[in-house]
Design a protein around this ligand. Structure first.
Ligand code: VGL
Ligand code: ZN
Length: 198
């Protein structure tokens, strides 16, 4: 059941400049997630619930970049403006920032891959994860499915996620794949309808 209690955590995936319009690997309407995520942040922050922000944090020669044999234009190079969070994304007090895919020779779409995310969640007794951000068909999907594998209950924030859509329909297929694995869909309306426990 979707409950907002002290074991519920928000995970905001890769809402960075390069994934938004004007960036080097723009997700169509990627910035549309920002005001919606701001509402989720407000709800979690007002209840003192943990908020995690993942970020793609590549070295300049990352293997996913076209000039290094990968499929993507260079993006989210650590420390550059393109790797910054979207300027209107509120960063909650006490937020935990998880940098990923920082090794040159390995792709890591999931926020759990090679990071302390699972350990940090368990340290806070988080069992229930609400996951949204960019991109539905890559890092959001990989993070949600890994969350299940790690034993968490996972909800996809469908109103706060957008896909790259390298092939049209990729986001819809990603959502099907997530739901087939056990991820459940949620929106702000579902949260607002909850009798909140603490
Ligand atoms: C992502 C493509 C390349 C993502 C990261 O955050 O979904 N997509 N690197
Ligand atoms: Zn990347």
């Amino acid at each position: 059941m979707l409950i907002l209690d002290s074991s519920t955590a928000l995970i905001i995936v890769d809402v960075q400049r390069d994934f938004c319009p004007g960036g080097s690997l723009p997700v169509p309407e990627g910035d549309a997630v920002v005001p919606v995520l701001a509402s989720y942040v407000e709800i979690f922050q007002s209840r003192g619930l943990p908020i995690f922000y993942t970020r793609d944090w590549h070295p300049p020669d990352h293997c996913s970049f076209k000039e290094h044999g990968g499929i993507w234009p260079a993006h989210c190079v650590a420390g550059t403006p393109g790797a910054e969070f979207h300027p209107r994304l509120p960063i909650a007090r006490g937020a935990i920032i998880i940098s990923k895919a920082a090794a040159p020779d390995r792709e890591a779409y999931s926020g759990f891959d090679g990071t302390p995310l699972a350990r940090e969640l368990r340290a806070r007794d988080s069992h229930r994860l609400l996951v949204g951000g960019l991109a539905t068909d890559y890092c959001v999907k990989a993070t949600a499915l890994d969350g299940l594998r790690e034993g968490f209950h996972v909800w996809l924030l469908v109103d706060a996620s957008r896909g790259v859509e390298v092939h049209p329909g990729d986001s819809a297929r990603a959502i099907e794949e997530m739901e087939a694995g056990g991820v459940r869909p949620a929106t702000l309306a579902d949260l607002r309808g909850l009798s909140v426990r603490s």
